[in-house]
Design a protein around this ligand. Structure first.
Ligand code: NAP
Length: 258
């Protein structure tokens, strides 16, 4: 049904683990050439090796999304190795919990620097290469937290994730004449290394709040991102897609009882 993505050049930030790794693996499976980006080259290499072992094409790249020079070097590496940039998944993000009562300026700044400024730096670094092709797909990993819901301990995170959507809407307008779309996936609670770090009690309470009765998988997110990347999604821009097993639907836990 969909035109093949085989041979397309894809950058995934935060691809050494979690949702980013799921994105990189899914695009690898679709025949894309994937630049696997994280701050830890060893972990990025392991992720790239896994894609190569599955018959895909991948290369590791060490970069910090908070640094403009790193993002420009990342875009340059994709152009040099893969002949351009077709798809950017701006996915790298952090979610250290911090109640407002004790949240420091540094706590707030570091979440904003990675999640929001990192999105801007990754996107802007890839624009020249996408404009040269007169076509491109940018897929942001936002969240339900911030754009749709709130969660105690994550005011800074929610602000950064809602901020990504504000950025997306204007970027989509500015880039539409160049054939570049900008869309966002909004994951609910997805089982990743980062989420596991929040502890068993958090995981169990989240499972109980999802109508489908389970946390999402990284593949659930990757399949949605893959759709935004297709030629057939060319007329969809500035949109966000919630992938959460119905988590945002019930108005209370009682609302889930039948
Ligand atoms: P994760 O398992 O902690 O993985 C995060 C990835 O981002 C790692 O590859 C990490 O690698 C990389 N990273 C972090 N800071 C970076 C930086 N400054 N520069 C480059 N890479 C960086 O997290 P996740 O759960 O997969 O989350 C991924 C994205 O999904 C985030 O944007 C998060 O907000 C979003 N999200 C997750 C969930 C969920 O339930 N898991 C729900 C909603 C939204 P290094 O540490 O090696 O750099």
């Amino acid at each position: 049904m969909f035109t093949s993505l085989k041979g397309r050049s894809v950058i995934v930030t935060g691809a050494s683990k979690g949702i980013g790794l799921g994105l990189a693996q899914r695009f690898g499976l679709a025949g894309c050439k994937v630049l696997v980006v994280s701050r830890n080259l060893g972990e990025a290499k392991s992720a790239a090796d896994g894609i190569l072992a599955a018959g895909g094409t991948a290369q590791a790249f060490e970069a910090d999304v908070t640094r403009q020079a790193d993002m420009q070097a990342m875009a340059g590496a994709a152009v040099e190795s893969f002949g351009g940039i077709d798809i950017l998944c701006a996915n790298a993000g952090i979610f250290p919990p911090s109640p407002l009562a004790t949240m420091s300026e540094a706590d707030f700044d570091s979440v904003m620097a990675t999640n929001l400024k990192g999105t801007f730096l990754a996107v802007s670094a890839c624009l020249a290469a996408m404009k040269a092709k007169k076509k491109g797909r940018i897929i942001l990993t936002s969240s339900i937290t911030g754009p749709v819901t709130g969660s105690a301990g994550w005011a800074h995170y929610g602000a950064s994730k809602a901020g990504q959507l504000g950025f997306m809407r204007t970027a989509a307008i500015e880039l539409a004449p160049h054939g570049i779309t900008v869309n966002a996936v909004l994951p609910g609670n997805i089982f990743t290394e980062g989420l596991a770090g929040l502890g068993d009690e958090y995981i169990r309470s989240m499972e109980a709040s999802v109508p489908m009765g389970r946390l999402g998988s990284v593949t659930d997110i990757a399949n949605a991102a893959l759709f935004f990347a297709t030629d057939e999604a060319a007329y969809i821009t500035g949109q966000s897609l919630v992938i959460d097993g119905g988590q945002i639907l019930p108005e209370s836990l009682a609302a889930m009882a039948v």
